[in-house]
Every structure is written in C-alpha cells, then in structure tokens.
Write a protein that binds this ligand. Structure first.
Ligand SMILES: CC(C)(COP(=O)(O)OP(=O)(O)OC[C@H]1O[C@@H](n2cnc3c(N)ncnc32)[C@H](O)[C@@H]1OP(=O)(O)O)[C@@H](O)C(=O)NCCC(=O)NCCS
Length: 177
C-alpha cells in the first residue's frame, strides 16, 4: 500500500457516497470545482459508472485517509492515456474542519506516486480555476510547471522526472523512513 507518514489512499466505493456528497456540497470547498447535485441516487449512478472506468484502468478515484483521523478527502487520477502516458490529476478536496497541515502535500505525493510509479505514466496535467488562489499557489509551490491559461483555468504540468526530483529533494520528510 502506498503511504506517507500520516496518510494513505484507498479506492472510493459506492458506500462512500455520503462522504463524497458531504465534501462536494460544502460551499466553502466547492466554489472552484464542477458542481455536484444534492442527489444521492444520481451520485451513486456516477460512482457505478466510475467503477467500470476503474476496472478498465482509465480512472482512479481515491479517498484520502489519515491514519489517525480516518477519511479526510478525495483525489483523482483520470483521463488516463496509456499511449501518450499522460493523465489528469484533480477532483482534489480535503475537509476544512480539523484539516491536518500535512494532508495536502502528502495526498499530492501519494496520488502522483500512484500515477507515475504504479501506472508508469510520465505527464500529469492539472487545471485550476483562475481565482482558486489556494490551489494555484499550492501547485506552483509544489513544483508544477505553469503552461498556459484560458478564460476559465490556469493549466499546469508535472512530469515524472520533475516529480522524482522534488520527491527526494524537497518532500523526503513527508515520506516513511
Ligand atoms: C486544495 C486543498 C486540498 C489544499 O489544501 P490546503 O490544506 O488548503 O493547502 P495549503 O496550500 O494550505 O497547504 C497546507 C500546508 O502545507 C504547506 N505547504 C504547501 N505547499 C507546500 C510545499 N510545497 N512544501 C512544504 N509545505 C507546503 C502550507 O504552507 C500549509 O501549511 P501552513 O498552514 O502552515 O501554511 C484545499 O484547500 C481544498 O480542499 N480546497 C477546496 C477544493 C479545491 O479547491 N480543490 C482544488 C481544485 S483545483
């Protein structure tokens, strides 16, 4: 199992629908994400369809689990293109109450590790709404490369080579010894 000091990831299940809705309907957290309807049945259907994409290896949606606190967030590796070895990284959200400081960085490390090391992909694509300053700052600070913008988003990339360097030069303190 991929894990850092405080965090591990597990694949989302249909039983997580309540947790997912709780996060995605929180108005402090969802301003810069695609809207999700307050409709459990609809969301369950979405998760059932997602599970088929998971089986096909083209979409991996994770619950971020804190070893002490339990489920704290979600992150996703999707639009996986095995020919070009690329993926989109996102749907990233971490609860606001009692959110540990290390959660953002450790969940980013784990999900990129999964994409680059488990799936052997080489390019991660990340988009962020232009006014999502928290996430935008995080991505720049993390070491993602700004590529371009359109009216809606700023677009970043992270390559496997960059990621491996960052992981061992800057983020080793978050890893298990
Ligand atoms: C995006 C989200 C997951 C980021 O989590 P966060 O905890 O707010 O992230 P922060 O940038 O505050 O980083 C957390 C801590 O790690 C630190 N940190 C951030 N980047 C770091 C880095 N590269 N190296 C070391 N520490 C770092 C921060 O300084 C912060 O610590 P501090 O509180 O002592 O300053 C969270 O804000 C969220 O769920 N937002 C709503 C959904 C959303 O917008 N998702 C992104 C869509 S693109």
């Amino acid at each position: 199992m991929l894990q850092t000091k405080h965090i591990y990831l597990r694949l989302i299940q249909e039983a997580d629908v309540g947790f997912l809705l709780n996060l995605r309907l929180n108005q402090n957290l969802n301003q810069h994400l695609n809207q999700v309807n307050d409709d459990k049945e609809q969301q369950l259907n979405w998760l059932k369809n997602y599970k088929q994409r998971e089986v096909r290896g083209c979409d991996y949606y994770f619950v971020i689990v804190d070893k002490e606190l339990g489920d704290i967030g979600l992150v996703r590796v999707y639009d996986i293109d095995y020919v070009n070895k690329s993926f989109t990284w996102g749907s990233w959200i971490i609860r606001e109450d009692n959110r540990p400081k290390y959660a953002a960085i450790e969940s980013a490390i784990l999900s990129f590790d999964f994409a680059f090391n488990e799936l052997n992909l080489v390019t991660g694509k990340i988009d962020v709404r232009i006014n999502n300053f928290v996430a935008d700052n995080f991505y720049r600070r993390f070491g993602m490369q700004y590529k371009y913008s359109d009216e809606l988003n700023n677009y970043f990339e992270l390559t496997k080579t960059n990621y491996i360097q960052l992981k061992y030069n800057q983020y080793y303190k978050f890893l298990l010894n």
